[in-house]
Design a protein around this ligand. Structure first.
Ligand SMILES: Nc1ncnc2c1ncn2[C@@H]1O[C@H](COP(=O)(O)OP(=O)(O)OP(=O)(O)O)[C@@H](O)[C@H]1O
Length: 706
């Protein structure tokens, strides 16, 4: 490159000499011209002067060109130095790449260390295996392990040392090489810088100043680069020292781990020896125990064989018993079907509409009794019992305590009913006669039991007397029978509704304060079912539950009665119990309804002498009672003559009982009569009404069952 500088200088001096030559030639031309034309100078003076001026200008411009060329030279020199600096930079980046390569090698070394660690773990697992195998093989393996460990350690140490040496040498070589290179380059640069300084000094003041500035900047950069390089070298050196320390530390760790393993191995060995001796003694103990157990097992096996044969015998007997039970169950079902049939047949023979007459009890001390002669339990040729009423001729003095038939005369009235109960009859005794009907309602028939009679004749006493009235006794029987029927595969649900009809209006006794909607009677003529809209239906879970609901209804009725001036005497109370039975085993079901009714008092208008509201009430009662008689009569007529209209709609009572009167239903009417002289007319009237009902006999029909 020095050649380049010289070449540039030579070209510059060649140009200068050419220009000097030209100047010399021009000067000589001028001189010759001035000499030869001295005389004619005056004539040509002016144009020559002009030419001289032009030439002088040319000379000055040539001088300027010369100065520009020098600056160009300097610029080229500076470019060359810039190029050198960029080369230096690329060398520094190469050095950094090498440093990274060194780090990569270090990482590989660590990888190798971790694989060695894995090898150590494998050896540990082998030690565990040795423990399992036993003492003898353990010793052998331990020796093997020691050898392997020594070999591994020697191998590892060798590898570590050789790698350490290799990398230390490499690192030192690299560092020395680079240090040398950098020193040489620095020296060259400083020399070049000095050379440049000398050259620049010879330039003019302006250029000198610029060059000094450039030199200073360049020098500063050099110093900073040099500092960076020194820093890098120091960093690499530190890292190498740290790595060496780390390798040494790992070697120490490895040594420690080995010592720990040795100790563990020794303690495990001791422990296993102890365990072996313990197990040996236990083993001999267990062997004797096993012998004992073998004998016991043989004994137990014999016992089990004995028990198994006994079990088989008993199992055969159980199968035999089961078959017998099945046979008995079948027979029981047949008996139950027969019982139902015979029971219904018996009820039919007794008549689907029956009338029982009951004479109310009055103490003997009360006078003015009419003479009532009641036949004894014998029945007459119509299978009926008779009640004979005659006026008391002697104003009570001839009261017969024998109830004989001796006093019959023209003033007497004879009535015949299915049953006549005298004053001394009890509710329990009467219930025995009607309990069969409760069974019918459970068998799927609609049953209607009602008490008819004048006020005070004992209707409520008969129907609702707590403990032994027909209603509480019926509920008692229902739940008793349901319990019995369970054993025959039947399960029942019992629902209750408690209604009062007052002045042709329906009242729900469980909602005494009334409801927003209307109570409407609706019939399902296909299913023979009746519902009253908005009336509460209570599912009666047990006898006690049913009795508590009954109490509520009775209490509500008597409360309303007190408020409305003895309303209960002038209203019909109707307690409806729906009995639904299912026999899942046989796949059959049945649904019956039991209606228990306490009718309003049946006074005639004449004897009641009622006026105003009471008159209306009496008219309503009489209308509904006479409708009841009409419906029963029409039912009898229909059976006999066919096709007759049944006037159910004429009263709320008969409309409500549409499906419980006639058809498959069974009806029982109590006619309650008073034995008092003063009630004679009402008594005869009641008995006449009852006779009309009693003369209606309905043909049997099928129960409501599926
Ligand atoms: N067989 C009887 N033994 C004892 N007392 C009786 C008997 N029958 C009725 N009584 C009594 O006679 C009174 C009137 O009877 P009960 O209230 O049953 O008549 P009723 O026909 O229901 O009257 P009402 O139509 O006003 O309701 C009651 O005090 C009742 O206890």
């Amino acid at each position: 490159m020095e050649y380049h500088d010289d070449n540039v200088d030579q070209n510059g001096s060649n140009n200068n000499s050419i220009k000097q030559q030209e100047l010399i030639e021009i000067s000589s031309v001028l001189r010759r011209t001035s000499e030869s034309s001295l005389n004619s100078l005056e004539s040509i003076n002016e144009p020559n002067r002009k030419r001289l001026k032009v030439m002088e200008q040319t000379k000055y411009s040539m001088y300027n060109d010369f100065e520009d060329t020098a600056i160009l030279k300097k610029r080229e020199s500076l470019n060359y130095r810039r190029q050198r600096i960029s080369e230096l930079r690329s060398k520094i980046s190469t050095l950094i790449t090498k440093k990274e390569e060194h780090e990569l090698r270090n990482y590989e070394l660590e990888e190798k260390y971790s694989s060695l660690k894995k090898g150590l773990a494998l050896i540990e697992s082998q030690i565990e295996e040795i423990n399992d195998i036993g003492q003898s093989s353990m010793e052998r393996l331990r020796e093997k392990l020691v050898v392997e460990k020594k070999a591994a350690r020697a191998n590892h140490d060798q590898q570590v040392n050789s790698m350490k040496e290799k990398y230390t040498a490499e690192a030192e070589t690299i560092i020395n090489k680079y240090e040398q290179e950098y020193a040489e380059k620095l020296k060259t640069l400083v020399a070049q810088s000095n050379h440049l300084k000398g050259e620049i000094k010879s330039e003019d003041q302006e250029h000198n100043r610029n060059l000094i500035k450039l030199k200073e900047d360049y020098h500063k950069k050099l110093i900073s680069e040099s500092t960076k390089i020194d820093e890098n070298i120091r960093h690499i050196k530190d890292k190498l020292v740290n790595e060496e320390l780390e390798i040494k530390r790992k070697a120490i760790d490895y040594k420690n781990t080995e010592d720990i393993l040795k100790n563990d191995l020794t303690s495990t060995n001791t422990r296993l020896n102890g365990l072996y001796s313990q197990i040996s003694s236990k083993f001999s103990n267990k062997e004797s125990e096993i012998d004992l157990l073998r004998h016991t097992i043989i004994n137990k096996k014999n016992q089990i064989d004995e028990i198994t044969s006994n079990f088989n015998l008993k199992s055969n007997k159980i199968t035999e018993h089961k078959q017998k039970v099945e046979l008995i169950n079948k027979k029981l079902t047949n008996y139950e079907n027969k019982r139902r049939y015979l029971h219904n047949r018996l009820q039919e023979l007794k008549g689907n509409i029956r009338v029982f007459c009951r004479v109310r009890y009055v103490p003997e001390s009360i006078d003015k009794l009419s003479l009532i002669e009641i036949a004894d339990d014998d029945i007459n040729e119509n299978a009926n019992q008779e009640i004979i009423i005659s006026k008391n001729q002697d104003d009570g003095s001839k009261y017969s305590n024998s109830y004989g038939l001796s006093n019959i005369n023209n003033n007497s009235y004879t009535f015949q009913f299915d049953k006549v109960f005298n004053m001394n009859s009890t509710n329990a005794g009467i219930f025995e006669e009607i309990s069969q009907l409760i069974q019918s309602s459970l068998d799927g028939y609609n049953v209607c039991v009602f008490a008819y009679g004048q006020t005070g004749s004992g209707k409520t006493y008969t129907m609702s007397q707590p403990q032994d009235g027909m209603i509480p006794l019926s509920l008692n029987k229902i739940f008793e029978d349901i319990e019995d029927l369970k054993s025959k595969g039947w399960s029942y649900t019992v629902e209750g509704q408690f209604i009062e009809i007052y002045n042709e209006n329906i009242i729900d006794l469980l909602t005494p304060n009334g409801i927003n909607g209307k109570y409407e009677i609706k019939h399902d003529d296909i299913e023979n079912k009746t519902i009253v809209t908005n009336v509460q239906t209570i599912q009666l879970k047990s006898e006690s539950h049913a009795n508590s609901i009954l109490e509520t209804a009775t209490r509500n009725r008597s409360t309303a009665s007190t408020k409305a001036n003895d309303r209960s005497s002038r209203s019909h109370s109707i307690y409806i119990f729906k009995l639904q039975g299912i026999n899942s085993a046989k796949g059959i079901s049945c649904q019956g309804t039991l209606n228990l009714i306490d009718l309003a008092g049946s006074e005639r208008l004449v004897s009641s002498q009622a006026k105003g509201d009471r008159l209306k009430e009496t008219q309503a009662i009489n209308k509904s009672l006479s409708c009841l008689g009409d419906v029963i009569y029409a039912l009898g007529q229909k059976q006999n003559n066919g096709g007759q209209h049944i006037p159910y709609r004429n009263s709320k009572l008969t409309y409500l009982l549409k499906h419980s009167l006639g058809g498959n239903s069974k009806t029982l009417m109590f006619v309650n009569v008073s034995p008092l002289q003063k009630n004679l007319n009402e008594t005869i009237n009641s008995l006449r009404f009852a006779t009309k009902v009693n003369t209606t006999k309905l043909q049997p029909s099928r129960p409501s069952s599926r």
